[in-house]
Design a protein around this ligand. Structure first.
Ligand code: KG4
Ligand code: ZN
Length: 331
């Protein structure tokens, strides 16, 4: 079964063809990220205008790269939210139109469910359940206990900023370009992660929630108190503080859910090298899985995969959906 996935929740215009939820036949992404590097974030109106121009060529390229015709597509899966509303509307309007003209089933996918599904794209050994999943991106930071491909139980979420947002805001404080995760990571490679110590958020709290706003404030004070500190040392110490907080919560979840067979770490921040290296030490008995680097940040293959498993679970329950800028996955 071939699903055409479409994803336009932020600054990217992405389309992909995924076979049976696992095998990526093509994945095309046009990003306007470079336009926003110096602005410290995405300008929604500008992103949506670019997406209107890109969406049809990107879909066409995905079909050509996969070597299939529209007749061979079995369904269209599209990100219905959350995200920038103008951007989401470009994707969902295109998907609704194509589904109507081509007479294909349409599946509205929650963006976060897409990230949760990215872990089994192009893998030789499909993931085992139950799994504890840490989903960390620019818009959300969640911990899940999952028994199968469906959503699962939400164990904890961020109380304020998302982990990716903390990287982005931290980069802005350090004068590093957007998106902050890759630029902090790059600077951190030449820095000393032990140069400055930041507090471990919610250390004594009996919760699986996260909090990053205190770390951002701590970084601001640290910059003020140490005017001669190098960006590299500050970046490395800040990156370590974010990773430690994520892994501290994950370790707590592992203790509370001993039935888990695997740990999955997904979302844009899962591309982070320090997080990837440190996560390997969480529990020697548990396999820790990450998506391939190209599927950590936003892409349409993960939306096609999620759409496939949603359709397997319920043939037509997802045809009716609203495009929404904010929506909990558990709604
Ligand atoms: O999942 P994603 O592409 O979009 C959202 O759904 O938000 O995640 C984007 C976020 C950005 O905040 C970006 O700074 C962060 O992921 N990110 C990283 C890395 N690559 C992207 N954070 C840390 N290290 C990275 N290598
Ligand atoms: Zn995302």
């Amino acid at each position: 079964m071939n699903i055409l996935g479409i994803e336009t929740s932020c600054d990217e215009t992405a389309a992909a063809i995924v076979e049976n939820g696992l095998h990526v036949r093509s994945s095309v992404i046009a990003s306007s990220q470079h336009d926003f590097e110096r602005m410290g974030g995405v300008v929604p109106e500008q992103a949506a205008r670019k997406q209107v121009e890109c969406i049809l060529p990107v879909i066409e390229e995905a079909l050509v790269k996969a070597g299939i015709t529209k007749e061979e597509i079995d369904a269209i899966a599209v990100t219905k939210g959350p995200g920038l509303i103008g951007s989401l509307l470009v994707g969902t309007t295109t998907a609704r139109t194509l589904a109507s003209i081509w007479k294909k089933p349409l599946i509205g996918v929650h963006h976060t469910l897409g990230h949760l599904s990215s872990v089994w794209l192009d893998t030789d050994t499909p993931p085992l359940f139950p799994a504890i999943t840490l989903s960390v991106s620019g818009g959300h930071t969640d911990l899940w206990f999952r028994e199968d491909h469906e959503i699962g139980v939400l164990l904890g979420s961020t109380q304020d900023d998302a982990a990716g947002e903390a990287f982005d805001k931290g980069a802005s404080l350090l004068g590093l370009p957007y998106p902050g995760g890759p630029s902090i990571s790059k600077a951190a490679q030449k820095g000393n992660a032990d140069a400055y110590t930041f507090p471990l958020p919610l250390k004594e709290k009996d919760t699986l929630n996260f909090s990053f706003s205190g770390l951002k404030t701590a970084l601001r004070y640290c910059i003020e108190e140490h005017p001669n500190a190098t960006k590299e040392d500050l970046a490395a110490s800040f990156e370590k503080a974010i990773s430690n907080h994520l892994l501290h919560r994950l370790q707590k979840a592992v203790k509370q859910y001993p039935d888990a067979k695997e740990i999955h770490i997904v979302g844009g921040v899962s591309a982070n090298t320090m997080l990837r290296n440190k996560a390997a030490d969480i529990d020697p008995d548990l396999t820790v899985r990450f998506p391939a680097l190209k599927y950590c940040t936003d892409n349409a293959a993960m939306i096609a995969s999620a759409g496939f498993f949603m359709q397997q679970a319920s043939q037509d329950a997802y045809n009716q959906f609203e495009t929404r800028s904010s929506e909990q996955l558990t709604e």
